[in-house]
Ligand binder design. Structure first.
Ligand code: TYM
Length: 332
């Protein structure tokens, strides 16, 4: 059976980009009978400046939202990364497999380290080793597939390289995973700056649709989305990134095709209005379900406890095997 692993980090409120790029497909694979594990990867949230209380709140909120989005804890495993020690244990072995050169080449490291320096903060060592911990997340479960948005494909490529290298040096230990991206909306762009990704921790929230935004806020943000000065509705991500982004959102929300949709609209205004309506309808059930679940945190905590136990059961034998393969003496 195909095994699937993916994660989301609690560094901000979840966005429409997270949902369309990743989370929506997690719900689908879970329903299609694959063996799936999903994690709120809180250790990754410590790689940049953070407030401890906020990380805790956002971790719980992310788990609640994943359940609200439709993850069924009877059919998949949902857990918090720091509850399962195997991630950190395996990460160290993979640090002994990776080189600093390949980590310094990671786009996300380059971007985030520039931001940290500009803010006068030191660049944490964990920001450099971030992709190694991510590789450990994936390899600890022997995952075949990793459903992620486009921004994470480079990290999954590194994960593959590390798995292959480890297997070659120490004998076959890890499954070599592959990233899977959605057909549309693999990279949802910021509505105010359509040349950059819609990200949780972006400074200006006006261009970000959060999953918990109310209907009016979602509508306002989409109606005020930056487009270019042309008038024709064309799907051209290079020349017309703002309009292309709206077409992607509309296509993703209605199961359509962005190029075909471009032929349907005569004006940006009409496209914005329909996109706003479609996104509001897409998110409505999620918001409603979130309100119910948020009132029962005991249930969410129980799901996370059970999930961590199941996850440990899968990861521990695999990570133990890697410890032996690399040359560590098993405890007697
Ligand atoms: P994170 O928390 O930034 O994002 C979670 C998922 O959402 C996708 N995503 C997007 N997709 C399309 N458009 C966007 N604007 C957009 N923004 C985010 C991301 O690609 C991701 O799939 N490093 C990961 C977390 C992680 C992980 C893992 C993922 C840690 N360990 C192991 C998979 C497997 C991250 O920062 O995701």
């Amino acid at each position: 059976m195909t095994r699937i692993f993916s994660g989301i980090k609690p560094t901000g409120h979840l966005t429409l980009g997270n949902y369309l790029g990743a989370v929506r497909r997690w719900v689908e694979v879970d329903q299609h009978g694959a063996e799936a594990l999903f994690s709120v990867v809180d250790l990754h949230a410590l790689t940049v400046e953070h407030d401890p209380g906020r990380v805790r709140r956002l971790s719980r909120q992310a788990a609640t939202l994943l359940l609200a989005a439709g993850l069924d804890p009877e059919r998949c495993t949902l857990f918090v990364q720091s509850h399962v020690d195997e991630h950190a244990r395996l990460s160290y072995l993979l640090e002994c497999t990776a080189t600093d050169g390949e980590l310094r080449r990671m786009i996300q490291y380059k971007e985030k380290s520039v931001l940290a320096r500009a803010a006068g903060e030191g660049v944490r060592l964990s920001l450099l080793t971030y992709p190694v911990l991510m590789a450990a997340d994936i390899l600890a479960y022997g995952a075949d597939e990793v459903p992620v948005g486009e921004d994470q494909t480079q990290h999954v490529e590194l994960t593959r390289d590390l798995a292959v290298r480890f297997n070659q040096r120490y004998g076959h230990t890890f499954t070599v995973p592959r990233a899977t991206a959605p057909k549309v909306a693999a990279r949802v762009m910021d509505l105010q700056d359509p040349t950059s990704k819609m990200g949780k921790s972006h400074a200006n929230g006006a261009g970000i649709v959060y999953l918990l935004d109310d209907a009016e806020t979602v509508r306002r943000k989409i109606m005020r989305a930056v487009t270019d000065s042309g008038r024709d509705v064309e799907y051209d991500r290079e020349a017309r990134p703002g309009v292309a982004n709206l077409l992607d959102l509309m296509a993703a929300a209605t199961d359509g095709n962005p190029e075909e949709l471009a032929g349907v609209y005569q004006s940006y205004g009409a496209l914005k209005k329909d996109t706003a309506d479609a996104v509001v309808e897409l998110l409505r059930p999620l918001r409603e379900r979130h309100a119910e679940l948020a009132a029962d945190q005991g249930h969410v905590d129980q799901v996370l406890r059970d999930g961590a136990e199941r996850a440990r059961g899968v990861a521990r034998p695999l990570v133990d095997r890697a410890y032996r393969a690399i040359g560590l003496l098993p405890p007697g």
